[in-house]
Design a protein around this ligand. Structure first.
Ligand SMILES: Cc1ncc(COP(=O)(O)O)c(C=O)c1O
Length: 404
């Protein structure tokens, strides 16, 4: 048995099967490339679902982490640490906001956003106790915790996990009439992804996010933008909302905020909103730890240069240019913005999974979603040549028809 099969067997025996990974066992990684236990190299065109926007082992982020490892890694928020304040100040500034509530994972940031929005509804908007509603969009993906799957429309994510948390209203995505009808006096917030990643990189129509902003303003509800996947450079802007010229009331951030080194997430908002949370009302042992804050600070510094947003635009031009040429040649549709694409595979060619497996054999890592769609989100350190090389492998796979 080769080392790949042996490693997969060990995992299969002891790990809950809550994922169905491609049969690639990564041993090391640098920049846009990973190497498996048998020494084979792959171009990483998934980038940890955008957690690795800056690539694997970015020297600046590793230096920040290494420097902090020798100072202090965890204090808990029972005490202050000298990294957290400066990180929060920089992050608030990057977002054009005033306050930060640090957590660890994306789902925790969403849970926190839900609590904060409810608190605002009761204390500021005057919604009667325990009746606040949050309006969300069908096809959403905001994480896997019980409350978060309560408002998922993906039956696989929910079946067998009830009872669910009440207080959510689901409307179709990209449908302002439906949103308009759903937002009312008890609405605390509208929670949407500016681009739906897991759904297959679904970009809403021009004017949708501006419409969400208008409805929230008219009805006095918070606009909570889940930019956990779309934010921090992926789309060619720091935030996908910026592309639509819109400022939400609350940003939910995660993934790339930890630079692919440590889990870091945050809720970023105004003093009016985050100032409503007092001691003992919310928290996390690891949220805001000095190691996370040191890496997060370095991430914000990288983003403040604008270099990675520009790289996403450059990669996007090559990626989308190449993908458009494949429409009608094994691809039925392509969506996306910047270095982010959802590609619908013609079922006659094979399933998304089969295309991903065939690409992995050729040294390109991507991931399928919802059966026939594959998602590409290469690290923003990938070169044009590398993107061109990956596109050539995709063309080969589509021509070879992996499903046959
Ligand atoms: C938009 C969005 N929100 C929330 C999450 C959940 O993040 P995590 O897996 O870190 O809990 C994800 C993860 O894919 C996501 O894409």
């Amino acid at each position: 048995m080769n080392r790949t099969l042996a490693a997969i067997k060990v995992e299969d025996d002891v790990l809950a099967h809550n994922y169905h990974p491609l049969p690639v066992v990564i041993e090391s990684a640098r920049g846009a490339w990973v190497v498996d236990v048998d020494g084979k190299r792959y171009l990483d065109c998934l980038a940890g679902y955008s957690a690795l926007n800056f690539g694997h082992g970015h020297p600046v982020l590793l230096a920040a982490a290494r420097g902090q490892l020798d100072r202090a890694t965890l204090t808990s928020r029972a005490f202050h640490n000298d990294r957290l304040g400066p990180f929060a100040a920089k992050l608030a500034d990057l977002c054009g906001m005033q306050m930060v509530l640090p957590m660890n994972t994306g789902a925790e940031a969403v849970e926190t956003g839900v609590k904060v929005a409810r608190r605002w509804a009761y204390e500021v908007k005057g919604v009667p106790a325990d009746t606040a509603e949050i309006v969300v969009a069908a096809g959403n993906f905001h994480g896997r915790t019980t409350t978060v799957v309560s408002f998922s429309t993906d039956e696989q994510a929910r079946a067998g996990f009830g009872p669910f948390t009440p207080g959510f209203t689901v409307v179709p995505y990209d449908d302002l009439d439906a949103l308009d009808a759903a937002v009312g006096e008890r609405t605390a917030a509208v929670l949407v992804e500016p681009i739906q990643g897991e759904a297959g990189v679904v970009v809403p129509s021009d004017g949708y996010l501006a419409g969400v902003r208008r409805i929230c303003d008219d009805r006095r509800a918070l606009f909570v933008a889940d930019e956990i996947q779309s934010g921090l450079g992926r789309t060619g802007a720091t935030f996908a909302c910026e592309l639509a010229g819109v400022r939400p009331d609350v940003y939910l951030l995660g993934k790339a905020l930890g630079g692919g080194v440590v889990p870091v997430s945050a809720v970023v908002s105004s003093r009016e909103v985050l100032g409503l949370i007092g001691p003992g009302e919310h928290g996390s042992t690891f949220g805001g730890n000095p190691l996370a804050a040191a890496v997060g600070s370095a991430v914000v510094d990288l983003l403040a240069t604008g270099e990675y947003q520009a790289a996403a635009r450059r990669i996007g031009a090559v990626l989308h240019g190449g993908l458009r040429e494949l429409v009608g040649h094994g691809v039925t549709a392509v969506r996306g913005v910047g270095a982010w694409a959802g590609v619908d595979i013609d079922p006659a060619v094979g399933t998304g999974r089969q295309v991903c497996e065939a690409l992995a054999e050729r040294g390109v890592l991507v991931k399928d979603t919802h059966g026939s769609t594959i998602r590409l989100a290469p690290p923003l350190v990938a070169t044009d040549d590398e993107i061109g090389w990956a596109l050539a492998r995709l063309r080969e796979v589509l021509t070879a028809r992996p499903g046959n």
